[in-house]
Every structure is written in structure tokens, then in C-alpha cells.
Design a protein around this ligand. Structure first.
Ligand code: B12
Ligand code: SF4
Ligand code: SF4
Length: 352
């Protein structure tokens, strides 16, 4: 008769996860960093990161604040890599970059949660009355810390979970459970003396190893930030129009990253290195149709237009001025203002 931990791990593999491990539901020392990170304003405008419990404690700082009943945390991971170049390998100024994770046919929250529910169901069959709760980005916990203690991967200096065999193109999903499972050995840090990610970040968002300032991170600026993007960061955004992969593209552990076998993560047509002109012309209705079921919806139509205007401003291509003039009359202030900025970039110092 296999033990409960083996049943759960087997269910995770059967559900399509490539990695699954168990972390104790205890607070790891890395979580001590979290309140300092919040106090320093590193979460930017992501207010949900600052959610507090009734005692006024930051929920994410301790699992005890969120699920005092939990005894173990099952951490599952699935690879979303596809056979397409890295952002650091392409260089066409007329094209933008959408982050690798967002090319998918289905939003990863749905694709991962469906699999987690399958694992949860196996656990419930095995243990009557067990309490479980699944999260994919959706709960107030710092998933990566638990992934480290579940042996799924180490927290790299770029703050991403890296697995020695699979690299870091991984989505994480966690299941809190009221039964105690056998914990795995934590993943050792294999970054060594490497600092490539820190050097490659174009906006200096990695302040020091393991510390990211969202306010400077292109992933935050292009996806989460509403309104205008600070001018001093726009040049560093280069051609990124949704998310950013640079600190993972340069990571040696992703040099031979395997590809995903999950059909949901195959790239949608047109999203790998898309033409900026195509995105700029996209109406709000077309945006809704094109990105139905895609994580790109999170930026909203106006957010994507704003990002595209900035990428055009960084392109050095005067041909974009006519399109940008149209965008400078956009009813959304942040789009209009970004387009006006882009026109200045193309018509003054960066003329081609
Ligand atoms: C908020 C958020 C963001 C923010 C902030 C990112 C960040 N680094 O915190 C923004 C919008 C910028 C972002 C970007 C991205 N995100 Co995000 N994001 C989250 C979310 C919702 C919370 C992360 C969080 O709690 N941050 C708080 C800070 C303090 O945590 P942290 O940086 O991880 O720091 C911990 C460790 O570094 C640790 N630590 C470990 N060792 C050491 C050593 C020292 C010395 C120190 C000081 C600290 C330290 O201390 C901290 C914990 O207290 C998680 C889902 C979740 N609920 O966990 C997804 C998540 C982290 N994101 C994910 C992804 C895929 C991305 C992007 C790749 C998307 C993209 N391509 O644009 C980028 C990657 C950017 C990057 N380098 O991190 C995945 C990561 C998968 C992986 N392999 O790691 C997650 C887990 C979602 C998921 N379920 O799959 N994200
Ligand atoms: S995602 Fe991009 S901007 Fe953010 S830390 Fe990594 S390289 Fe820097
Ligand atoms: S680039 Fe180097 S330092 Fe950065 S996460 Fe990868 S191995 Fe670690």
C-alpha cells in the first residue's frame, strides 16, 4: 500500500505536473524578508500584496495568518517553455516582445488550477475529511518560498524558482492540506558566483541578489501598473510590451530548458515577437476577441496600447510617427501621453 505522500505525488504527475514536492507548513526564514520588502514599497501599487489579517499582520508573511490548520504544502510545477527564441535573441525594432508565459492558448491560472483540483480530489479520496485549498497566484502566500522547501527549485538571484533539470520556465501551484505529508529536502542554491540576471536587467529592478523592486520591473510596469509609466524607465523597456523575460533568458540554467508537453501552453499564432503596428491598431473589441482566455487581458486594452506606444518610441523607426499621432489622440490619457513621448523620441535625439 503506497503511503499518502506517494499517492499525492503520483496524482500530480498524472495530472500533468512535471514536478511535485512537499514543504512543511512552517514559516521559513526567507519569509522574514517579506515585511521589509513591503515596508520599503517594493510592491508598488499591488495593494493585494499588503493584505492584513484581523490582528493587522501581513497575511503573506506567515501561513499561520492564512491557514492555521495547514500541516503541509504540496507544491506542483509545470513547464511552459516552447520552441521559440528568447527575447535576447531577437532584434527587430518593428516588433515587440510578449513574455513567454503569455503566449499560451489558455490562461495558466485555469490550466494549473484544473490540474491542482485533480490532485486535491485524489487526496480527498485517500483521506476522509481532509481539508485542502489550492492556489495559483490566487492566495496570500509567497509560493516561491514553499517551492524551495518542497525541493522544486531554488530561489535564484532573479527571484525566480529554478530547477536544475528544467530551468525556470515553470508555473507553480500549491495545495495546502490539513494532513501531514513527508516533507522533501529543500533545493540548494546553485547560482554560485553568477550575476548575469542582475547585470542584464535593463531597468535595474534587481536591486541586489534576491531582491526585486516591482516599481522598476518591466513585468510590473507593463502588466500591473495602471496610468502612466515613469519617463525615466521607458527607454529601458525597449521592445517589451507585456511582461519581461530578460533575467530568465540570460540565466545559464535556461540554456537547455526542455519544452512543455502541455497543449495549453503552445503559442498562439502571432504572439511570438508580434508586429507593433498590429498591436497598435487593435481596437478594444479586437483586443477582447484576440486575447480571450489569455493572461494578456490583465494589462487591459489601454495598458497594451500604452506599452506599444513606448516600444514604438524606443524603436528608432520614424515610420511609426503617423500611427503614434493617431494614438496621441487616444481617449485614454496614459496612451495619448505615451504616444506624444514616443513621437518626441523618434523626431529628436534618436532620429534614424
Ligand atoms: C507579485 C508577483 C509578481 C510581481 C513581483 C515579483 C517578485 N519578484 O516579487 C511582478 C509583477 C514584478 C512579477 C513578475 C513576474 N512574475 Co510573478 N508573481 C507575483 C506573485 C503574485 C507574488 C510574489 C511575491 O510574493 N513577491 C514578494 C517578494 C518579497 O517575494 P520574492 O521576490 O519571491 O522574495 C522571496 C525570496 O526571494 C526570498 N529569498 C530567498 N532567498 C533569499 C536570500 C536573500 C538574501 C533575501 C534577501 C531574500 C531571499 O525572500 C522573499 C520571501 O520573503 C507570485 C505568486 C505567489 N502568490 O507567490 C507570482 C510568481 C512569482 N510570478 C511568476 C512569474 C512567472 C512571473 C514573471 C516571469 C512573469 C513575466 N514573464 O513577466 C515575472 C518574473 C519577474 C521576476 N524576476 O520575479 C511565477 C514564478 C514562477 C517561478 N519559476 O519562479 C509565480 C510564482 C506565479 C506562479 N504561480 O507561477 N510577479
Ligand atoms: S523581469 Fe525584466 S525588468 Fe523585471 S527584474 Fe527581470 S529583467 Fe529586470
Ligand atoms: S542568471 Fe545566474 S545569478 Fe541569475 S538566477 Fe540564473 S544562475 Fe542565478
Amino acid at each position: 500500500m503506497p503511503d499518502l505522500t506517494s499517492i499525492v505525488k503520483r496524482a500530480a504527475l498524472e495530472a500533468g505536473f512535471e514536478l511535485a514536492g512537499v514543504a512543511p507548513a512552517a514559516d521559513a526564514r526567507e519569509l522574514e524578508h517579506f515585511p521589509r520588502w513591503i515596508a520599503a514599497g517594493r510592491a508598488g501599487e499591488m495593494k493585494y500584496m499588503e493584505a492584513r489579517d484581523e490582528q493587522g499582520e501581513l497575511k503573506r508573511a506567515s501561513l499561520a495568518h492564512v491557514a492555521p490548520w495547514a500541516r503541509s504544502v504540496v507544491v506542483c510545477a509545470i513547464n511552459y517553455n516552447t520552441a521559440h527564441p528568447y527575447s535576447t535573441e531577437v532584434n527587430d525594432p518593428e516588433r515587440g516582445w510578449i513574455s513567454r508565459y503569455a503566449w499560451s492558448r489558455e490562461d495558466y491560472h485555469d490550466a494549473v488550477l484544473r490540474r491542482l483540483k485533480q490532485v486535491e480530489a485524489a487526496l480527498q479520496v485517500a483521506v476522509e475529511g481532509v481539508a485542502t485549498r489550492s492556489y495559483v497566484d490566487t492566495g496570500p502566500i509567497v509560493e516561491r518560498v514553499f517551492a524551495k522547501y518542497a525541493g522544486v527549485g531554488w530561489v535564484g538571484k532573479n527571484t525566480c524558482i529554478i530547477n536544475q533539470q528544467k530551468g525556470s520556465w515553470l508555473f507553480l501551484g500549491v495545495i495546502l492540506t490539513s494532513v501531514e505529508l513527508t516533507a522533501d529536502v529543500q533545493s540548494p542554491d546553485r547560482c554560485g558566483s553568477c550575476t548575469r540576471c542582475i547585470e542584464a536587467c535593463p531597468t535595474d529592478a534587481l536591486l541586489r541578489p534576491y531582491e526585486l523592486d516591482s516599481n522598476r520591473c518591466i513585468a510590473y510596469l507593463t502588466i500591473e501598473k495602471r496610468g502612466s509609466i515613469p519617463e525615466e524607465l521607458r527607454a529601458g523597456m525597449g521592445q517589451q510590451v507585456f511582461g519581461c523575460d530578460i533575467c530568465q533568458d540570460v540565466c545559464p540554467w535556461n540554456r537547455k530548458a526542455p519544452q512543455s508537453e502541455a497543449p495549453e501552453f503552445a503559442a498562439r499564432e502571432g504572439l511570438v515577437n508580434p508586429a507593433l503596428a498590429w498591436l497598435a491598431e487593435m481596437s478594444a473589441d479586437k483586443f477582447r476577441d484576440t486575447f480571450r482566455g489569455s493572461p494578456i487581458r490583465r494589462a487591459k486594452s489601454a495598458g497594451l496600447r500604452r506599452n506599444v506606444a513606448i516600444a514604438m518610441g524606443n524603436s528608432g523607426r520614424r515610420e511609426f510617427v503617423a500611427e503614434l499621432e493617431r494614438m496621441s489622440r487616444d481617449p485614454e490619457e496614459s496612451v495619448a501621453e505615451s504616444a506624444a513621448w514616443a513621437i518626441r523620441q523618434l523626431t529628436t535625439e534618436n532620429r534614424h
